[in-house]
Write a new protein. Structure first.
Length: 406
């Protein structure tokens, strides 16, 4: 079903000793900070205010500017040094986290101040994300892109398991302020690692107006039909998956097995993501878009399992397999995008991809509640699982996507 061949591990060792190694180290620490922040910030705000509404406002304040400025962030990352963008963004995020930590440690929590800081963090994230996706082709040879992305996925999935656990322990033992202080320190370490990345030979971008670069990025994005088709597919996949899984899936499993059951499902899913990202380091996807689409259908299994039974062990097994499929799909897409899109336009195209892919998520989260009330939670989840399979395979109608090689 998938064209893969084993490769020797020596290139991986070589990659980690090259300039990519410093990026890998910085990105791993950066991801550790991000995964800790999600939990530490949530628990800290609840601990300080006692109001769930405060947390919702702070999280929304962080998300809105990221979506609003993502295209601008991609344009900037294509104009200037992506290495510089990453250093500055990590320093800014460290400052935001440190300020929050000081406020909590001095018992000066105030919702308006935290909202303002969350807004700044969201702005910074809008610039860092396109730079992160665009810099990898500057650091490795084209034939090493998949291996590099698999290594990055391995570190990401590892810290997804360990980061939230560490943040929870810090909040429970020494308090939210110190947990956010640890987050701030991790972003400083990431910035230090990024400073060790040698300068690249990427030619400087033409210094035209930003709006012109933004339009040029849109023209590049739109001209690559396979990119548009895949992005639309991702938007539909997110619509079919995120709301049903995070909202209805949690509800069904909680009703069957309680909070521990849902935590077990999430942990097992994360293990599946990690296992496949490690395996992918030693595999080569010959046709990454085709292979990713086929493997990606496995990610529908957790939805179908929740809809069919809701039993924690059945759902956990399905979530593990789904994690395997999602990892292959993600690595295949990222590698193809980095290899095929012109380097001077990569961050902008990635920003358009990310924006259009994610815009369906809040709509999905808002829609599933009324749909479940009208038709039943498990019935809606099963329908979304079937839709997930269909929209995952839909891009294969495009010949370029079916036949494109690594």
């Amino acid at each position: 079903m998938t064209d893969t061949v084993s490769t020797a591990p020596t290139p991986t060792k070589h990659l980690l000793k090259s300039r990519f190694g410093w990026f890998f180290a910085g990105r791993t620490v950066d991801l550790a900070g991000s995964s800790m922040t999600t939990v530490a910030l949530a628990l800290s705000v609840l601990q300080a205010s006692g109001r769930a509404a405060d947390l919702g406002i702070v999280l929304a304040a962080n998300m809105i500017p990221t979506l609003a400025l993502l295209l601008l962030g991609g344009t900037v990352a294509d104009r200037v040094s992506r290495r510089t963008v990453l250093i500055v963004s990590n320093l800014c995020t460290a400052a935001v986290m440190a300020t929050m930590a000081v406020l909590l440690l001095s018992s000066r929590y105030h919702l308006a101040v935290f909202v303002g800081l969350a807004l700044v963090g969201g702005v910074v994230n809008a610039f860092s994300q396109p730079a992160l996706r665009g810099i990898v082709p500057e650091l490795v040879e084209r034939q090493d892109l998949q291996r590099a992305n698999a290594l990055l996925a391995s570190s990401q999935n590892t810290v997804r398991i360990l980061g939230p656990m560490l943040a929870s322990i810090l909040v429970a033992t020494v308090g939210g302020g110190w947990a956010l202080a640890a987050d701030a320190a991790s972003y400083l370490l990431a910035a230090a690692a990024f400073t060790r990345i040698p300068g690249t030979s990427r030619p400087p971008a033409a210094r035209g107006p930003l709006w012109r670069d933004l339009l040029d990025g849109w023209a590049t994005f739109r001209s690559m039909r396979w990119v548009v088709v895949m992005t639309v597919s991702f938007a539909l996949v997110n619509a079919a998956n995120v709301g049903p899984w995070n909202v209805l899936g949690a509800q069904v499993v909680l009703d069957h097995d309680g909070a521990v059951g849902w935590g077990t499902v999430q942990t097992v899913r994360a293990i599946g993501l990690l296992v496949m990202s490690i395996v992918a380091v030693k595999l080569v996807l010959r046709r990454p878009l085709r292979d990713g689409a086929v493997w990606g259908t496995l990610s529908a299994l957790p939805l179908l399992a929740v809809g069919a039974t809701g039993n924690v062990w059945v759902v956990s097994a399905a979530a593990f397999v789904g994690g395997l499929g999602l990892t292959v799909a993600s690595i295949g897409w990222e590698t193809t995008l980095q290899a095929a899109v012109p380097e001077e336009s990569l961050s902008r195209v990635a920003a358009y991809d990310e924006l259009f892919s994610y815009v369906a998520i809040p709509l999905s989260q808002l829609a599933v509640g009324p749909l479940a009330a009208a038709y039943g939670a498990q019935e809606v989840i099963v329908a979304c699982g079937v839709a997930y399979v269909v929209v995952s395979l839909l891009p294969l109608l495009n010949r370029e996507i079916r036949t494109m090689r690594a």
